[in-house]
Design a protein around this ligand. Sequence first.
Ligand SMILES: Nc1ncnc2c1ncn2[C@@H]1O[C@H](COP(=O)(O)OP(=O)(O)O)[C@@H](O)[C@H]1O
Ligand SMILES: [Mg+2]
Length: 472
Amino acid sequence: MPLRWRLALLFTLGAAILIGGVALLFRQQLAAGMNSSLDDSLRARADAQVARLASSAPPPPAPSREHERAETPDTGSDDVTQVLSTSGQVLENSGDSRGPLAGGTRLRDAAKGSEQFTAVIEGQRYRMLGVPARNGDRTVVVVVGASTQIVEATQARTGKIFLTAGPPAAALVGFGAYLLAGAALRPVERLRRRLADISEHDIDARLRVPGTRDEIATLATTMNAVLDRLARALARERGFVADAGHELRTPLTTLKAELELAQQPGRSRQALASAVDAAAQDTDRLIRLAEDLLLLARADEGHAFLRPRPMAPHDVLAAAVRSASARAAAHRVTLRLSGEEHLRLTADPDRLRQAVDNLLDNALRYSPPGGLVEIGLGHRGRHRRAVVVIEVRDHGPGFPPEFLPVAFERFRRADTARSRADGGTGLGLAIVRSIAHAHGGRAVADNPPGGGARVRLELPTTPAQDGPAHGE
Ligand SMILES: Nc1ncnc2c1ncn2[C@@H]1O[C@H](COP(=O)(O)OP(=O)(O)O)[C@@H](O)[C@H]1O
Ligand SMILES: [Mg+2]
């Protein structure tokens, strides 16, 4: 059911309950008030009779049939008054002749003190009051009564008024709620329609924020912020795909050219062999690129691509240094590993190795012949905030200062031509950062005093429970 209808029904129901409750209370209070004023007038009439009897001569003991009974003064046609002897004999009677209005225990109680009761006389309900009185030297009982007809009629009338006016009033409240809810929800519906119209092709489209400074405006602002983030992510993704396509095209084009050249008739065996060799190198590069792209795509999924376990980072560094040593020797570069061997860490050793390999690859590439590459291992902080710091530093030209802020972005290279010639794709540092993030850590690059480039990898000793601390 639409929210509008639900609100309208809720308000109708609430109004009906409220009106019903008020009606009941009103009726009850009205009856109580009227009855109490009836009681007051009964009391006054009884007091008047008591006073009259006390001052007058005793009435004849047994009124004879021939004698008209003494009429008592009366205030209204519906009122009844009787003076009874304690034995139940009617001594005085107002109006038409009727039997005693009280008898038995009720009469005895009334002779002792005042007694209130109701009675039905000729089909009409009466409120009655019996009080003792002295007439001469004997005790008599004065019984006065008043019809409750007016009270009942008034009660019935108010009931009828509420019954006829209540339901339309409740319905009116419901209708008002329906209209109000409609007016309040209209901007929401507008937002929904606009949002439904936005597709992936107009990623710059935004919702119009109403100037009302209310919840609707907040909702629109929040939605726009979400759209901003989605648009940024989409743009990044598209850029990534375009860059990847571009990177793939270069080795594929040369591969094709080499194959076409090899195909030409009359090629020597040696020329063929070198063409195949070149093709194999290009294929290697393509495989590396594909692997890097795959890794980055997996890293975007968060923790899933990690298999963390307790490990010794020093072992990983030592292994990486060992396998880079041949290339270092060829470049006449010295690798020096130092640091805290005992450090332990929960991390994925394979991914960590990959990150260190990428850093060593860069350091070797940018180190001058005879240079020194220092690999350091240390820690910072304590307990839950302890981080292991892995550092790779060379003494080459260092990062171009304007390049430092974007060094970790995908496909970024300070010197594209040279880097590509060296086989670089600009994904090395991006992978380092992705691996650091997936571990809940981070990667920082700088040019330390004394020259050269330095990249630090900071990994928490116990990885965060709630996923990587991504902040791209
Ligand atoms: N040790 C370093 N010294 C100087 N520049 C570096 C160093 N490491 C990386 N860079 C710069 O950062 C760029 C990005 O590095 P990287 O992501 O590893 O890509 P690639 O190695 O494929 O070029 C490099 O192209 C280079 O310009
Ligand atoms: Mg690299």
